[in-house]
Structures are given as structure tokens and as C-alpha cells.
Design a protein around this ligand. Structure first.
Ligand SMILES: [Zn+2]
Length: 198
């Protein structure tokens, strides 16, 4: 199998695989979603919540906020020497204290570890009106998408088959341009195949 990385950034990756099968590519896709470790809030301790959202809804929203992490310095709770009880090697606390009127965003989560922060600062959590308060401790741990969707590192992970187009003995009649269902061909002096990566 040959791999060619077309685009790689903090948020997106795109690559081309050659000489492989759909089954193998699909296995990579599934593994990217289910087996790659990611940091996410596992549970919250609610000290005060007079907002319009139930504690459970707040926990669900905070759990789905993606967090940055240095994976080399963290361990999965089940592989940690604390036995999963929770220690500085396997979990990090983030605190959230806010009072209305205010829109509470992911940037309002204060982390005790500078390397673990919300990846996007503008994710809305809850809107507080005058007099409403939230005071929460959120405990983040490493996990995989196999266990819960909050630990899925990829949200839209897919693949598509690329066509192999060869042009032979072309007399430039242009009929193939009308016949192609994906409109991949164009004729301008020469018959050309459009950029398939667009
Ligand atoms: Zn531990």
C-alpha cells in the first residue's frame, strides 16, 4: 500500500491510498474513530447549578467539548498504576465558575494543566440570566471512541473510491463528455480529465 498525505492540519487530514482494498481502508476509518486515544471530560462534580439546564445536560455538553492534550504524558485510567481511581498521571481537573447574565463558553473552563485546554474556545455551554450560577469541577480522562462517542477523535471520517481513467485512441468526438455521469472530462484541443481531488 502507498500513502500520499494531501493535507494535514490540527483539524483536518486528507490522504490518498493506492494499491489497497476498500475493506482495508474501511478498517483504517473505523480504527481512527474507535481506537485512537483522546482526552474528554469523563464526569463532573456540580457544586452549584441554578441554570435552566439539568446537571446531566451540562455534563453531556461539557463531555463533548474536544480538549487538547499531550498524549505522551498521560495514561489510560485502566493502564495507570492507580488502578483507575484517578491520579495526576491519568486525569486532569477543569473548573467552571460563572454567574449571569452571561453566555458560558468552553473558554470559561479553567484547566489545572496548561497543555489540556478546550480545542475551540467558542463552544456555547449554557446561557445564564441575571442571578443564575454554575460552579462545576470537570474531570477529564483519556479514552477511546469504542467506549463512548465523547472520546472519538474524528467526527467526520470517510473515504471514497477514486476512478482510474485512461484515454486511448481519442478522435475528439466529445461523446464521452456527455456520457460521463460525474462530468470528469473536458475537451479543449485535447481531451482532459479534471482534477479528481477537487
Ligand atoms: Zn492514575
Amino acid at each position: 500500500m502507498k500513502i500520499e498525505v494531501l493535507k494535514l492540519s490540527d483539524e483536518k487530514g486528507r490522504f490518498l491510498l493506492r494499491e489497497t482494498s476498500s475493506a482495508f481502508v474501511n478498517a483504517i476509518r473505523r480504527s481512527a474513530m474507535a481506537d485512537v486515544q483522546k482526552m474528554a471530560v469523563d464526569y463532573i462534580n456540580v457544586y452549584d447549578n441554578t441554570s435552566s439546564l439539568y446537571d446531566e445536560i451540562l455534563a453531556s455538553r461539557i463531555g463533548l467539548i474536544p480538549l487538547t492534550a499531550d498524549l505522551n504524558s498521560l495514561k489510560l485510567p485502566e493502564e495507570c498504576r492507580c488502578g483507575g481511581e484517578g491520579c495526576p498521571s491519568c486525569q486532569v481537573s477543569l473548573t467552571l465558575t460563572a454567574e449571569g447574565p452571561k453566555m458560558v463558553y468552553s473558554r470559561d473552563l479553567f484547566s489545572t494543566d496548561p497543555s489540556i485546554q478546550p480545542s475551540f474556545p467558542d463552544i456555547p455551554i449554557v446561557k445564564l440570566v441575571d442571578g443564575q450560577r454554575v460552579m462545576i469541577e470537570a474531570v477529564a480522562r483519556l479514552g477511546t471512541g469504542k467506549k463512548h462517542a465523547k472520546w472519538q477523535p474524528a467526527v467526520a471520517c470517510g473515504y471514497k473510491n477514486m476512478p482510474k481513467i485512461t484515454i486511448k485512441d481519442c478522435d475528439k468526438c466529445g461523446r464521452c463528455i456527455d456520457e460521463c455521469p460525474k462530468q470528469l472530462l473536458s475537451l479543449n484541443k485535447e481531451l482532459k480529465v479534471k482534477d479528481l481531488m477537487e
